[in-house]
Write a protein that binds this ligand. Structure first.
Ligand code: ADP
Ligand code: MG
Length: 305
């Protein structure tokens, strides 16, 4: 007899990667998809995933939340504006130099709908890939008119077209340059992933300051709506301290689930996958799904301005 439950799937992590375990994971995913659709927000939520520190889990958070939302029936557009294109890779979207991408959207007014690519894991998930062409964009943008508003204009155009997404998630590079500023101007919400480590809070003031500047000068509706604690290691007291400090400072914008440090999460991109599809029963996948559900339920309660 095979009993499928989240608990089984979680404990599966202690088992060897047997073919049956893989099948169980697949079945679980299928069940999960059909079982519950999460509520749609009243209007598209445009969220920028930002933190100028590298390696804090921006990309991992973007693609896994996107996957979870899409697998629960929501239409999601991921916009990759990091020249490294890690989000594109994790979503299985090829992005060699020259691929129509966010570079053309930002620099030559290509429509997002022309360059967006369907992502295999869900019909309702699309990705505007990034390529290394974007590496010089911070400088190239400087000389253009409306240089801070180019992404905002492109997203607005997309939202006016048919099948507007429920969520737009923008994955930022690890800097506060013009690319990130474009993302902050384009979004209503900022999602900050914070790694549960010693230096986690360092530099956060600078990010919050940038958010404030953009809000005051360019985008009055911008606010930090969501903080997610990532790479949490329950064996260290330090992780607890950082988590407590972040919750004390940010209050209830911090999502209740924390994302544990979990090797399956870091393996998934190597297979062009999110951990949600790569190993749905892993602790990393389960916690990203929980975080996405909280995000979706909170978002559906809010009224559009
Ligand atoms: P950023 O986009 O902020 O630079 P990434 O999402 O690329 O950060 O994460 C940095 C590295 O840490 C990547 O190699 C990623 O696979 C790994 N990683 C992210 N989250 C986790 C996690 N919860 N557990 C283990 N490894 C993780
Ligand atoms: Mg990244």
């Amino acid at each position: 007899m095979i009993v499928l439950s989240i608990e089984d799937a979680v404990s599966r992590e202690t088992l060897a990667d047997t073919p049956i375990a893989v099948e169980v994971a697949r079945a679980l995913r299928a069940l999960n998809v059909r079982q519950d659709a999460w509520p749609r927000p009243a209007a598209t939520r445009v969220m920028t995933v930002a933190n100028q520190k590298g390696g804090v889990g921006k990309t991992t958070t973007t693609v896994n939340l996107a996957a979870a939302l899409a697998l629960h029936g929501l239409r999601v557009l991921v916009v990759d504006i990091d020249p490294q294109g890690n989000a594109s890779t994790a979503l299985g979207v090829d992005h060699p130099v020259g691929t129509p991408s966010s570079y053309e959207v930002l620099l030559s007014d290509r429509r997002m709908s022309e360059v967006a690519r369907r992502v295999d894991l869900a019909d309702s998930l699309e990705c505007v890939p990034a390529t290394l062409d974007l590496a010089g964009a911070d400088i190239e943008l400087t000389s253009l008119a409306h240089r801070e508003h180019r992404l905002a204009a492109a997203i607005e155009t997309r939202l006016a077209e048919p099948d507007a997404p429920d969520y737009v998630l923008v994955d930022c590079p690890p800097s506060l340059g013009l690319l990130t500023v474009n993302a902050l101007v384009a979004a209503r919400e900022v999602l900050i992933p914070i790694q549960c480590e010693y230096y986690a809070l360092e530099g956060l003031a600078q990010l919050l300051n940038t958010v404030e500047l953009v809000k005051n000068a360019l985008n009055p509706r911008l606010h930090v709506s969501t903080v997610l604690l990532t790479m949490y290691d329950s064996r260290t007291r330090l992780a607890d301290q950082v988590a407590a400090e972040v919750r004390a400072h940010f209050g209830d914008v911090v999502l209740a689930p924390t994302i544990p440090r979990n090797v399956r999460v870091s393996e998934a991109p190597g297979f062009g996958q999110t951990v949600i599809t790569y190993d749905p029963g892993s602790r990393g996948a389960v916690s990203y799904v929980q975080a996405a559900e909280e995000l979706a339920r909170k978002g559906a309660e809010e009224k559009p301005a």
